[in-house]
Design a protein. Structure first.
Length: 132
């Protein structure tokens, strides 16, 4: 799944991520933090290739998860999570939060910004690639 994210195969990334959410979470995991921690745990395997940080201050706030590429050939990744029933609206809000708060401050090169919205076992994603 993470290799799809790193290679920007977002369709396949989301399919695999959705499978993980459906199979590994409970409908009672209704807090944003549950999805944040699940994803953060999976990102630990990227250490050495990425500097993996959670809730780090950047720009005008704190990004949920930032994957800072340690090699110039890789893109940086910023992920923002939202939780609630209106998945389409929330995923857009998550992406816009990354951009409005400039969570990419201090990075240079390509940044993959990902907004993930969750409602129990349902999830939705939007992404945008920006050049810094």
């Amino acid at each position: 799944m993470l290799s799809c994210l790193i290679n920007k195969d977002m369709k396949r990334f989301f399919e695999l991520y959705q499978d993980i959410v459906i199979s590994c979470t409970s409908y009672m995991d209704a807090k944003e933090n549950a999805y944040h921690m699940l994803f953060l745990g999976m990102c630990i395997t990227l250490r050495g290739t990425y500097k993996v940080t959670s809730n780090i201050e950047a720009g005008f706030g704190r990004s949920d998860i930032t994957l800072e590429a340690l090699m110039p050939a890789h893109s940086h990744v910023i992920i923002e999570f939202k939780q609630g029933e209106d998945l389409e609206r929330l995923r857009e809000e998550a992406l816009q939060q990354i951009i409005d708060n400039q969570y990419y401050t201090g990075l240079s090169g390509e940044v993959l910004c990902v907004g993930l919205a969750h409602d129990k076992k349902r999830c939705s994603m939007v992404h945008k690639i920006i050049q810094i």
